[in-house]
Structures are given as structure tokens and as C-alpha cells.
Design a protein around this ligand. Structure first.
Ligand code: FO1
Length: 305
């Protein structure tokens, strides 16, 4: 079965990793949020592409949850000592990746080409496709005013209360033509357990993207388990937006788009509230076996729809 998997940061990358173990590069392609991207210290940083690249290369830093394995921090510590901007921790190895991406972009490559070049060098065979080659920047509206996403997420540690989101540049951004072409041949779509508001919505907001999904079965895996986000600020954001932090609210958020929904066994009692076909399984992924198992369950469900 040929599948498009939509993914954002760390949570989504775990299922993506599982999918990459059960589907070949001819069977699954990853469409990645770039709303988190920003220009920092003269470099183009693409955090969600980085998380997926490191996960598929088996190089992710499991202690931090982001960045590269076996990292050292001489660059950022030296920059800090010199009075430079150091709130966004760029590890020494990670820094090399951002420099290489920035150089490739400066030499005329688009973000897809730069991503492919770098991921292949790290031994990744699956295609990692940025949602668009055009810049889209998520702005978080908050009680501290509008904040660029990384300023909200890393610098302010998700503390400001959110009131809404804006995806600057979205109206003139074109869906990555390679994602568009893949949609012509794939048979289903999986929305990985990423934050619905800031990881998945930027893709869904791209002109024509939602319409392209209309004739395909789409399954989403809930990032909310037992009222908590497995990773990141999704549950906190929902509370601040006056939305119950529940798996069924996630299903409702994607209303009209989904053919099926996957949630954790913990949330079984919510199944009645969900109008579309739903399965419950273990969605918390600690080990590689957990990632593979959820990938298999989700694919089996998608195939049966
Ligand atoms: N997340 C942090 O919480 N602190 C950091 O200093 C940090 C640095 C960083 C550097 C490169 C990169 O690709 C990601 C980095 N992240 C960091 C993670 C990242 O910004 C977020 O996890 C995502 O944007 C949310 O999906």
C-alpha cells in the first residue's frame, strides 16, 4: 500500500520511524511541517525536518528529545561566553547540518533538494518532503502578543497562554510538487500523532491541500492520551483555547477530513463520542517495537477502511 504520512516534530517522528520499518521508500513518503522553520544566527533551521531526519537515520538524541545523538556543545557555550544569542541550543554536530542546509539553499537548491541531499548523506532512504519549498512561518498569538514559533516554544518555554495561530506566507505557498505527485499514486494518508494546531494545521492550510485529500482515506493518530499530550504543549494549548484536551476533541478538530481515527486504549470510553470509525490500541511509543506495532495497527486499519 502506498501511503503519505503527515508529520510534525518529535511525536510524529516516532510513528514515522515505525512506518519506515514496515514500508519501503516506494511505499511511504513523509510530508513535513515547515511552519516551525526560522532563520537564526544566519542559518536556516528546519526543526521538524531535522527531527524526522535524525529519527530515520537512528541519530536522534533520545535524552533531549530533539537534536542529534552524541552531541557536544562547544559552539553554543562559546557563543554564550561571548555574549551571543544562546537560547536556541545548537549542538556542534547539529550546527554542521544547519550550515550545510543554508549553504545548499544559498547555492540555489530548494528546501526539498537540500533535505534530500542531507538525509541521503545520513543514510536515510525514505523521502522526507517539506510541505512547501516556499517560506511559511507559524506565529503564536498569545497573552504576550504575537510570537514567532521558536520564540514561543523554546525561548519562552511554551509559557505564554495562546489565543490563536497564524501561518504567515501560507496563501502564497505552493504545496510541494513532489507531495502533489505522490498524492496521485498513493492509496491513503496517515496523520502522525503531532500537534494538530501547530504541526498539522500548517499543512492543511496550504492552498488546495485539503481538497487533494478528499478522495483518499485519511487516518489520524491522536497525540492526546488520557487528557495529556504525549509530548509538547498540545494539551496546554487546548485548555487555553477552551477546547477539552481529549482524544475526541482531536478527532473533532479534523472533522470532514478523516475516515478513521486511532486513539489509545486509555481513551476507550470516548469512542462513543467519535462519529467516524475508531480503533483503540497502544499509542504510547517508548521502544522501537512500540513504533512498529502502532505503524502496523494504523496501516491495517487504513487498509480495511
Ligand atoms: N528545542 C528546545 O526545547 N530547546 C532547544 O534549544 C532546541 C534547539 C533545537 C535546535 C535545532 C533543532 O532542529 C531543534 C531544536 N529544538 C529545541 C527542538 C524544536 O525547536 C522543537 O521541538 C520543535 O520546533 C517543535 O516541533
Amino acid at each position: 500500500m502506498k501511503v503519505l504520512a503527515i508529520t510534525g516534530g518529535v511525536g510524529g517522528a516516532k510513528l514515522a520511524m515505525g512506518l519506515s520499518q514496515v514500508l519501503s521508500p516506494e511505499e511511504v513518503v513523509f510530508a513535513v511541517n515547515t511552519g516551525d522553520d526560522f532563520e537564526h544566527l544566519g542559518l536556516h533551521i528546519s526543526p521538524d525536518i531535522d527531527s524526522l531526519t535524525y529519527a530515520l537515520a537512528d541519530q536522534n538524541n533520545t535524552e533531549l528529545g530533539w537534536g542529534r545523538q552524541g552531541e557536544t556543545w562547544q559552539f553554543i557555550e562559546t557563543l554564550e561566553a561571548l555574549g551571543g544569542e544562546s537560547w536556541f541550543r545548537l549542538g556542534d554536530k547539529d550546527l554542521a547540518l544547519h550550515i550545510q542546509r543554508t549553504e545548499l539553499l544559498k547555492a540555489g537548491a530548494n528546501l526539498t533538494e537540500a533535505t534530500t541531499r542531507i538525509s541521503q548523506k545520513l543514510g536515510v532512504q525514505h523521502r522526507i518532503l517539506p510541505m512547501s519549498n516556499d517560506p511559511v512561518r507559524t506565529i503564536v498569538h498569545s497573552d504576550q502578543g504575537p510570537l514567532a514559533f521558536q520564540h514561543y516554544f523554546v525561548r519562552e518555554r511554551c509559557q505564554p497562554a495562546v489565543s490563536g495561530f497564524e501561518f504567515a506566507g501560507i496563501n502564497s505557498a505552493r504545496l510541494n510538487p513532489e507531495i502533489d505527485a505522490w498524492l496521485d499514486q498513493c492509496q491513503g494518508v496517515i496523520i502522525c500523532p503531532s500537534n494538530p494546531y501547530v504541526s498539522v494545521d500548517p499543512l492543511l492550510a496550504l492552498p488546495n491541500f485539503r481538497a487533494r485529500l478528499e478522495n483518499l482515506p485519511v487516518v489520524a493518530v491522536s497525540p492526546i492520551v488520557g487528557g495529556l499530550a504525549i509530548k509538547g504543549p498540545a494539551a496546554k494549548m487546548m485548555a487555553e483555547l477552551n477546547i477539552p484536551a481529549t482524544a475526541s476533541a482531536v478527532a473533532a478538530h479534523y472533522a470532514g477530513l478523516l475516515s478513521g481515527f486511532v486513539m489509545d486504549n486509555t481513551d476507550k470510553n470516548e469512542a462513543k463520542q467519535i462519529k467516524i470509525q475508531t480503533i483503540t490500541t497502544q499509542t504510547i511509543m517508548v521502544t522501537l517495537a512500540d513504533r512498529v506495532s502502532l505503524a502496523k495497527d494504523t496501516l491495517g486499519f487504513l487498509q480495511d477502511l
